[in-house]
Design a protein around this ligand. Sequence first.
Ligand code: COA
Length: 254
Amino acid sequence: MTWTPPQRAQDGLAERAPRAGQGRRLECPGRGELIGVKHRSDGARRAGRRNGLDSIGAVSDAPRIETERLVLRGWRPSDREPFAAMNADPEVVEHLVNPLTREESDALADRIEEHFAVHGYGLWAVEVPGRWPFIGFVGLLLQTFEVHFTPAVEIGWRLARPAWGQGYATEAARAVLRHAFTEAGLDQLVSMTVPMNTRSWAVMERIGMTRDPADDFDHPRVPEGHTHRRHLLYRLSRDTWLGARAQAGSDDRH
Ligand SMILES: CC(C)(COP(=O)(O)OP(=O)(O)OC[C@H]1O[C@@H](n2cnc3c(N)ncnc32)[C@H](O)[C@@H]1OP(=O)(O)O)[C@@H](O)C(=O)NCCC(=O)NCCS
């Protein structure tokens, strides 16, 4: 997941996502089907509500996901301050193109909420109940910039520095995989990062994603000549995920 200059794209959310109710008209069903992207049907949304998956007390319309130690939920207004602090932290943004101002960070949070409204999935706000009300995001993002594997749904993460080194990103990402391949009905996910971002591609490998070096690419939203332009691409298909779960006895660590 790449950070690009404020006036251009950020995190694949640059093309302002349409608001709820407009989304379906603006999507391109044929292209989605080609790479296994299935947009969430109204039926799936209703089923999610019946199963109690909707967020409770959250502002954005995001399914609530719980793991052993975490809650993945819709965004709250109170998340914006710690989100801005995280987006301005030089260590957090080291492998992204540039830090965000408060205004840019809020605009990104707006686009994340809009993405949930349109697609039914997105970058969930992550909470450690009883410890940290907000540690960052982990989730799914439809990427439409033009490269050989798009359109595609990316799984990505960004956590505040004090939350690193505790397995939270991996734990949340495993729950997001399960949601993507079951509730959301996706067939394939990708993830991308710069080669220097070892912590990020370590998460990709821990959750079972694999990389074919022939897939590596120059990110079109990073300026030519920038050290962060070259990206590694990791993939995981639903079939591979199901196979790994079957082998591991269907537990949620896969
Ligand atoms: C990418 C990022 C989310 C990875 O965070 P992370 O803390 O390294 O990853 P996890 O949360 O999965 O934690 C794994 C580490 O926790 C350790 N850990 C500690 N307790 C653990 C537990 N109970 N369970 C599992 N792992 C645990 C693991 O051993 C591992 O340590 P290691 O890195 O020394 O091997 C984080 O570095 C980040 O937000 N970076 C900035 C934003 C960014 O670059 N995003 C990606 C853009 S592509």
